[in-house]
Design a protein around this ligand. Structure first.
Ligand SMILES: NC(=O)c1ccc[n+]([C@@H]2O[C@H](COP(=O)([O-])OP(=O)(O)OC[C@H]3O[C@@H](n4cnc5c(N)ncnc54)[C@H](O)[C@@H]3O)[C@@H](O)[C@H]2O)c1
Length: 260
């Protein structure tokens, strides 16, 4: 299938690993020029030859977003045709243990980053005529989880932002979201990541038992996905093949308990 991405300019936020990396590679493979921003400078440097440009930045800060956006505008010579807001970090914790500081950090990472890149780039992207944005949300935006509360609140906000911006900037900029169920990336696999956190919160023996219980609790018939499963959906939504789609939030992973 030809996505029609030849010559498009794409900016991927948080693309050194996981879902963002898979999106960056697929866009590049489809002929787009790709700039990847991430805070993991070492890994960005290792992978730099795969993309048009890289920029090391902490995208959870206003300064980091400014640095990345300035690099993108300078390198492309104009605003990108495609913006992928993929930054998100979720930690499992109980409501009573999430401090004001934790909430503030989560908002900066999981919501403000996307707000800042959109605010900095959408007006110029609209001038390009047919730009598109895809935000990486989460299935928890529609099915609240007490163990991922701050993250889920931010992802629900991201869903609202996606739909509101889609209305405001149609037809010049399409704005869509994907809402993945669990995907086997560093978010789960890193030491102390979601898999280990669930072992602790369920009080089970190992990761396998924790993941099994999570899937069962949430009726996830397709199990755990891979980064490429999400990248395929994101790249489709970003591409001209989805020219008739805006304000959509695509459920990925077979979630069956959506509330809205
Ligand atoms: N993995 C899942 O189960 C899952 C499910 C639903 C949604 N998501 C969403 O998918 C997106 C990507 O997650 P992933 O699973 O690929 O995670 P990941 O942990 O594999 O990758 C996250 C990337 O973000 C980068 N990063 C972290 N903090 C940063 C910061 N402050 N500034 C710049 N870069 C930063 C990391 O270096 C890494 O490259 C996130 O928005 C996440 O919320 C993931």
């Amino acid at each position: 299938m030809n996505f029609g991405l030849e010559g498009k300019r794409a900016f991927i936020c948080a693309g050194a690993h996981g879902i963002g990396e898979a999106v960056a590679d697929l866009l590049a493979q489809e002929g787009a020029s790709v700039i990847v921003a991430d805070r993991d400078e070492g890994v960005l440097m290792e992978k730099a030859s795969r993309w048009t440009g890289i920029v090391a930045a902490d995208l959870a800060t206003a300064q980091g977003v400014n640095t990345a956006v300035a690099y993108v505008l300078k390198t492309f010579g104009r605003a990108p045709d495609i913006l992928i807001n993929n930054l998100g970090v979720g930690n499992s914790s109980s409501f009573e243990l999430i401090s004001d500081e934790d909430w503030a950090n989560s908002l900066e990472i999981n919501l403000m980053s996307c707000i800042r890149t959109c605010r900095a780039l959408i007006p110029e992207m609209a001038k390009n005529g047919s730009a598109s944005i895809v935000n990486t949300g989460s299935d928890v935006a529609k099915q609240p989880e007490p163990t991922l509360l701050d993250y889920g609140v931010c992802k629900a906000g991201l869903l609202y932002l996606t739909k509101a911006l889609a209305k405001q900037y149609a037809p010049h900029v399409r704005v869509n979201a994907v809402l993945p169920g669990p995907v086997w990336t560093m978010m789960w696999t890193r030491p102390g990541g979601l898999a280990d956190q669930l072992v602790a919160s369920y009080g089970v023996a190992d990761r396998e038992a924790a993941v099994g219980r999570f899937l069962e609790d949430r009726y996830l018939p397709l199990g755990i996905g891979e980064a490429a499963d999400v990248a395929n959906a994101i790249v489709f939504l970003a591409s001209p093949l989805a020219r008739f789609i805006t304000g959509a939030a695509l459920d990925l992973g077979g979630t069956q308990r959506g509330l809205i």
